[in-house]
Design a protein around this ligand. Sequence first.
Ligand code: PGA
Length: 237
Amino acid sequence: MKIIIDTEENLAKRAAQRYVELIKNKPNAVLGGATGSTPLGLYAELARLCKAGEISFKDVRTFNLDEYVGLDGSHDQSYRYFMNHNLFEHIDIDINNTRVPSGIDTAAAAEYDKEIEAAGGIDLQLLGIGVDGHIGFDEPGTPWDSVTHVVELEQNTREVNSRFFNSIDEVPTHAVTMGIKTIMNARSIILMAIGSSKAEIVKKFIQGPVTTDVPASILQLHPFVEVYLDEKAAALL
Ligand code: PGA
């Protein structure tokens, strides 16, 4: 695992350069997308670079990690909506080449890994991390061999995410998420964590045992993971 510690602004710039390099070498790269607060700086930087002509997503395909069950893409808290508004509308990607698991047709989850495989597999998967160690919506206890599936969200995850909804009652109880195996199949991975609320879990997943109690700890066994941290998230390392 390679650890990169820098300011939030520089992390976004440095991570964006990884995308520039990747797409320069492979214009039809397959990217794994993530939502949440953490990737917003990176997405803004990718949009800026695309407008400046330094990167093109014309032939890129994307697969997002997860989606809330029950929200369709027009719901402003759906992850499809998030991706459209925070990235896809600001870059030159063909929207037909972007995939987010369906929160409505949950049976389609069974096909998601096959679709990723048919696209050639994910070249670079972006991840955030939950304070409980989740990646995607793979909560503690998720088996290592899991593929894309429907999960019940932990109460704590719903509470953390309720900041985006009017009340916790509106936060969906279930989600569709790539499994741990789906994520580990990516050829390379960038995990970003920002802020002091992530410091404890960052220490655990990097320096603690590999255990399903801390889903992100499996990344210790992946051959190409870069972890981008600000000083606060890295404080306990
Ligand atoms: P965040 O979410 O980027 O909003 O902190 C990360 C996650 O829950 O995976």
